[in-house]
Design a protein around this ligand. Structure first.
Ligand SMILES: Cc1cc2nc3c(=O)[nH]c(=O)nc-3n(C[C@H](O)[C@H](O)[C@H](O)COP(=O)(O)OP(=O)(O)OC[C@H]3O[C@@H](n4cnc5c(N)ncnc54)[C@H](O)[C@@H]3O)c2cc1C
Length: 422
C-alpha cells in the first residue's frame, strides 16, 4: 500500500493526508521498511537523504513543521546586517525531488515506542520500523522564572533557533539608538554551538563600529572563561573592538525582568537597550522520553545512535549527551546523520553496522565581516570504552584571524547546505 507523495507537501493538509498511514510500515506490497525522521535540521535532513541514497527501497518520511530550512550557522551575519534571511534559507523540496524523501509538514507530539508510531499535532499517527529523533535543542526557561510568559519571550529574544527571532533581533539592533548597550547573556556549557555567542558579539560589534560607534556590546558569560577559540576571540576583541566589546566571565543569569530589559546575575543586575538572553539548553521536547543524562540530554550507542532508553529509536544532533570534547554543531549533526543513516540501513537489511565510525568537526567563526577563524577535531569510536574519543594531533585551531578563512567559511556553509538539503 503506497500513498501519493503530493499529499504531504501542503500546509494544513496533514490531517487528511496522513489517514491510513498507521499500520503501513512493513506491510506486504509496501516498501521494504519505513523510517520516520522527526526534525529536518542538520541532523535529521541529512539522515533522511542518506538513507534514501544508501537504500532507495526504504521509505523515508521526514516530519518537520517549518516550510523551509533556516540555518543557524551564518545567522549571526544577519544580525550584523551582512547577510539576509533569504541567504540563510533553503527549501526542503530538493530532498523530495532528488531523493524521494516524503515530507510531512507537521509537528510530532509523541513517539509511541510500543505501537512504533509517531503521533502528530494535526495528522494521523505514522507507523515506523525505525524512528530517528533529531529535534535540536529546547530552552530550560525554568532556570529564568521571568522568562515564563509569552510577553517576556517576545521581548527578550534568544535568536538561537534561526528564523523569525533572528529577523526580530536584527530589527531591535537597528532600532537601538547610537550610544546604547546590547547585552548578550550566555549559559554554562554544554549549549548549542560553543563559539556561537562569541561570534555573535563580534558581528554585532562590527555593525556598531560601522553604524553606531558610540554603542557597546556587553558579553555576560556564565562560564569562567571563553569556551572555544579563547585566545583568538580575545585577540579579535582587543584589536578590532577595544572600546566596543566588554567581556564579563562568571556572569551567570539567574532571572530576567523583561519589563525593565534587565538580566539578573547572581550578584548584580544589568540593564541594556537590547537584551539577548540564551537560556540553558536541553534536548528538544519530543526527545524527552529518551533523556538519560542530567535530565537534559539523550545517551546513545555511538555505533548506531540507538537510544539507551528505547529500542528502534535513534537520536542524533544537539539533543545528544556529547562524548568528551564533542561540540554541539551543525558539522557534527550532519556527520552523525550519515553514520546513523548507514547504521539504520544496515540494521534494516540484517547486516552489522560499521564497527569503527569516525566523525569530523570544523567550526568556523567570523570575527568581523571580513575575517574568520576555525577549530577542527576528529572523533573516533573507542571500542573499549564504547564512546567517541578525539584523535590526538588531528585538527587544531587557526594560527590567526585572516581573510582566506572567511572564504573557507562561506564555502563550508554552501557545502553543508548542499549536503544536507539537495
Ligand atoms: C547563532 C548560531 C550559529 C551557529 N554557527 C554554527 C557554525 O558556524 N558551525 C556549526 O557547525 N554549527 C553552528 N551552530 C550550531 C548548529 O546550528 C546546531 O548544532 C545544529 O543546528 C544542530 O542540528 P540538529 O539537527 O540537532 O538541530 P536543528 O538544526 O535545530 O534542527 C532541529 C529541527 O527539528 C525540528 N523539530 C523540533 N521539534 C520537532 C517536532 N516535535 N516535530 C517535528 N520537527 C521538530 C525543528 O523545527 C528543526 O528544524 C550555530 C548555532 C547558532 C545558534
Amino acid at each position: 500500500m503506497r500513498f501519493d507523495r503530493r499529499q504531504f507537501l501542503k500546509a494544513g493538509a496533514a490531517g487528511a493526508t496522513m489517514a491510513g498511514l498507521a499500520g503501513c510500515a512493513g506491510m506486504p506490497g509496501s516498501s521494504k521498511a519505513r523510517v520516520v525522521v522527526v526534525g529536518g535540521g542538520y541532523g535529521g535532513a541529512t539522515a533522511a537523504k542518506y538513507i534514501r541514497m544508501l537504500d532507495p527501497s526504504i521509505e523515508v518520511i521526514l516530519v518537520e513543521p517549518n516550510e523551509a530550512f533556516v540555518s543557524c550557522p551564518i545567522s549571526n551575519f544577519v544580525l550584523g546586517g551582512f547577510k539576509t534571511m533569504a541567504e540563510i534559507t533553503t527549501p526542503y523540496s530538493g530532498l523530495e525531488r532528488s531523493h524521494g524523501v516524503k515530507i510531512v509538514r507537521d509537528t510530532a507530539t509523541a513517539i509511541d515506542v510500543e505501537k512504533k508510531q509517531v503521533r502528530l499535532s494535526r495528522g494521523d499517527p505514522i507507523s515506523y520500523d525505525r524512528v530517528i529523533v533529531a529535534p535540536g535543542i529546547d530552552f530550560m526557561l525554568e532556570a529564568l522564572p521571568g522568562m515564563g510568559s509569552a510577553e517576556a519571550q517576545s521581548n527578550v529574544l534568544h535568536a538561537w533557533k534561526a528564523g523569525p527571532q533572528t529577523a526580530a533581533l536584527r530589527r531591535q539592533l537597528e532600532a537601538m539608538p547610537d550610544g546604547g548597550t546590547y547585552a548578550l547573556s550566555m549559559p554554562e556549557a554544554p549549549y548549542r554551538c560553543p563559539p556561537g555567542p562569541y561570534e555573535r558579539a563580534c558581528l554585532v560589534a562590527a555593525y556598531f563600529k560601522a553604524a553606531k560607534p558610540k554603542s557597546k556590546v556587553l558579553l555576560l558569560d556564565a562560564n569562567a572563561d571563553v569556551t572555544s577559540k579563547g585566545p583568538l576571540f580575545k585577540k579579535a576583541w582587543a584589536e578590532l573592538y577595544k572600546d566596543i566589546i566588554e567581556y564579563r566571565p562568571n556572569s551567570k543569569a539567574v532571572d530576567v525582568d523583561w519589563r525593565n530589559n534587565t538580566v539578573k546575575l547572581e550578584f548584580s543586575d544589568v540593564k541594556a537597550a537590547v537584551l539577548n538572553v540564551l537560556p540553558p539548553m536541553k534536548a528538544g521536547a519530543i526527545a524527552a522520553p529518551f533523556i538519560t543524562a542530567n535530565k537534559r540530554w539523550c545517551e546513545v550507542d555511538w555505533l548506531t545512535y540507538e537510544s539507551k532508553a528505547a529500542k528502534g529509536v535513534h537520536v542524533i544532533g544537539d539533543s545528544l549527551q556529547i562524548a568528551p570534547l564533542m561540540p554541539k554543531s551543525a558539522t557534527m549533526a550532519n556527520n552523525q546523520g550519515k553514520v546513523c543513516a548507514a547504521a539504520v540501513v544496515a540494521l534494516l537489511n540484517g547486516e552489522a553496522p560499521n564497527p569503527s565510525p569516525t566523525l569530523i568537526n570544523t567550526c568556523y567563526s567570523a570575527v568581523s565581516n571580513k575575517l574568520a577563524i576555525h577549530v577542527a577535531s576528529v572523533h573516533k569510536y573507542d571500542e573499549k570504552d564504547r564512546t567517541m574519543k578525539t584523535v590526538p594531533g588531528a585538527g587544531g585551531v587557526s594560527p590567526a584571524m585572516n581573510e582566506p578563512e572567511m572564504g573557507y567559511t562561506m564555502n563550508w556553509a554552501a557545502n553543508i547546505w548542499a549536503d544536507t538539503l539537495t
